[in-house]
Design a protein around this ligand. Structure first.
Ligand SMILES: Nc1ncnc2c1ncn2[C@@H]1O[C@H](COP(=O)(O)OP(=O)(O)O)[C@@H](O)[C@H]1O
Ligand SMILES: [Mg+2]
Length: 249
């Protein structure tokens, strides 16, 4: 049984999805959970960032009925790499709930779907498989526009009773309080989405250095600001889960 199925999505690229997905994976695994990152990006960035082979068989094989071996990034942190095959016609013609079905047989405490930018189809596979979503934006209006598209999809799924997350949060990423755009962005989003929980991951060079050095965040710099902010996000995911008593067979 998987307790937490977490989609990290934004529609926009470069806003910190992979940084947050991989950082959160490292935080949860350090809390004793067995974590799998499912990389839905044809560029396979999550696999790279976590220091495993980005071109090994992974998510595409899982989606097409294979049994790929998850790669070990740390003792309780595994990864299924993405790769160009995810952009193939074969994958694009799968049923949108194919990933939700495929992960049912996996044995982890938490699975994190790192959604790709732009590719709405792959993003939807991840959203439909998740019980909780982190919608990422940064302070740029184009990023906020991308996040609003994802939020619309989540609301539609919920209204129609379709498979997908029962709850979600908006994460403001790469925030630097010295920039006026960034300072305005958080209160603006809070006003625009008063009922959606909001969290922040500030601009923190340590996060990008951990990714560049391909070392899971908690093995690289467990007390950096980003790790502590990701800890708060992890707590929201786990606490609310316990509170609502939901489980995820
Ligand atoms: N909070 C942050 N602080 C510093 N650098 C960040 C932060 N989030 C992301 N980055 C950097 O920004 C770039 C894009 O981030 P990434 O997570 O790959 O975005 P996405 O997955 O949305 O395309 C990377 O170089 C990454 O290291
Ligand atoms: Mg990415």
């Amino acid at each position: 049984m998987i307790h937490h199925r977490i989609a990290v999505a934004a529609r926009k690229g470069g806003v910190g999805k992979t940084t947050i997905a991989c950082g959160l994976a490292s935080v949860l695994s350090h809390q004793g959970l067995r974590v799998l990152v499912i990389d839905l990006d044809p560029q396979s960035n999550a696999a790279y960032v976590l220091g495993v082979d980005p071109i090994a068989p992974g998510t595409a094989e899982l989606l097409t009925g294979g049994n790929p071996s998850a790669l070990e990034a740390a003792p309780t942190l595994h990864v299924l790499p993405g790769g160009p095959e995810l952009g193939s016609q074969r994958i694009q013609s799968l049923h949108p709930e194919e990933l939700a079905e495929a992960v049912k047989s996996l044995n982890y405490d938490a699975v994190i779907f790192d959604c790709p930018p732009g590719n709405e189809y792959l993003e939807r596979l991840g959203l439909a498989a998740a019980t909780v979503a982190l919608v990422i934006t940064n302070a740029h209006p184009l990023a906020a526009m991308g996040a609003s598209r994802v939020l619309e999809i989540l609301e539609t799924y919920q209204k129609k009773g379709w498979r997908g997350p029962g709850r979600w949060a908006l994460v403001s990423s790469q925030i630097d309080a010295r920039r006026s755009l960034d300072k305005q962005s958080i209160p603006h989003l809070a006003k625009r989405y008063p009922y959606i929980p909001q969290m922040v991951v500030h601009q923190d060079t340590t996060l990008s250095l951990a990714a560049a050095e391909q070392i899971p965040l908690m093995n690289y710099a467990p007390s950096c600001r980003g790790a502590s902010e990701l800890g708060t996000i992890a707590q929201w995911i786990i606490k609310d889960h316990q509170f609502s008593g939901t489980s995820d067979a």
